[in-house]
Ligand binder design. Structure first.
Ligand SMILES: [Zn+2]
Ligand SMILES: [Zn+2]
Length: 269
């Protein structure tokens, strides 16, 4: 299996976006996110960000949209006009609506926003998701000490993103890492991280030729998959977002075999 299933150009753009988000995060006032850790809600699988109070800074939002517009235009010059008209469309009320809908993974809202405003279909959702992430990541930083387990089937306990990435730590403990908000939590090594099935007849491993540090755990019950990466030998541990990006070829292998990371949010462009 070759690693170059995704173009170098796409990977470079994604890497630039991740770096931009890291920069943006440093400009956030740490008090703008106030999580409300409700144990009962967490046990029921409600992501922490759904109950957090977030003060959303409209001037930062517009600045970030300008940043992401400039970055995308570097790769695709034809996008510049769309990004300009997007900026003109985003008043405070619309910006707030975007955040709510991005939290709710509301593809339909963004698709119709694109259509009504004559924008390429992927642009509004992609931009909203991109500028939402620093807030999600700040939330995760604040609550990480309280996050130990997830609810199978509910995705990331902080942001609700479907599970797809785990790292082996310590004696071989499986720790799930969220590429969207960077939260991490423990799971049983043998269990399917989607449905919790721990029957060794139906939870299996796909090994990848030539890759000793990467496996794909697959489940015949729910058809879900999880990438399991042994990063214990890594001298510098990549962020979950980078690790996810660098192992994107494993997602293709899993999906080619008919497995899915259920309800996955795709950033399409
Ligand atoms: Zn998350
Ligand atoms: Zn399963």
């Amino acid at each position: 299996m070759k690693k170059s299933v995704v173009s170098k150009e796409y990977q470079k753009l994604q890497k630039d976006i991740i770096e931009l988000q890291e920069q943006w995060k440093t400009s956030l006032d740490p008090d703008c996110v106030r999580p409300n850790l409700d144990k009962a809600a967490m046990e029921a699988g409600v992501p922490v960000t759904a109950l957090a109070a977030i003060d959303f800074d409209i001037s930062l939002f517009l600045q970030w949209i300008e940043d992401i517009g400039a970055l995308l235009s570097k790769y695709q010059p034809e996008i510049e006009t769309s990004m300009q008209s997007l900026k003109n469309l985003l008043d405070e009320e619309t910006a707030k609506r975007w955040i709510d809908e991005a939290f709710a993974f509301n593809y339909i809202y963004f698709a119709s926003f694109a259509e009504e405003n004559d924008l390429d279909g992927w642009i509004p959702q992609f931009v909203a998701e991109t500028v939402l992430r620093p807030y999600l990541q700040l939330t995760a930083v604040k609550v990480q000490d309280e996050i130990h387990h997830g609810v199978h089937g509910a995705g990331c306990p902080v942001c609700g993103e479907p599970v797809r990435l785990a790292q082996l730590e310590g004696e071989g403990k499986k720790v799930l890492h969220c590429p969207r908000c960077s939260a991490h939590w423990n799971d049983r090594r043998v269990a399917c991280s989607h449905c919790g099935n721990n029957d060794h007849e139906t939870v299996k491993i796909l090994t990848i030729e030539g890759e000793s540090a990467a496996q794909i755990q697959i489940c015949e019950e729910c058809k879900g998959y999880t990438k399991v990466i042994d990063t214990r030998q890594y001298i510098v541990k990549p962020t979950p977002a980078m690790l996810d990006l660098n192992t994107i070829h494993l997602d293709f292998v899993a999906q080619e075999h008919g497995y899915k990371s259920a309800g996955e949010t795709k950033q399409t462009n």
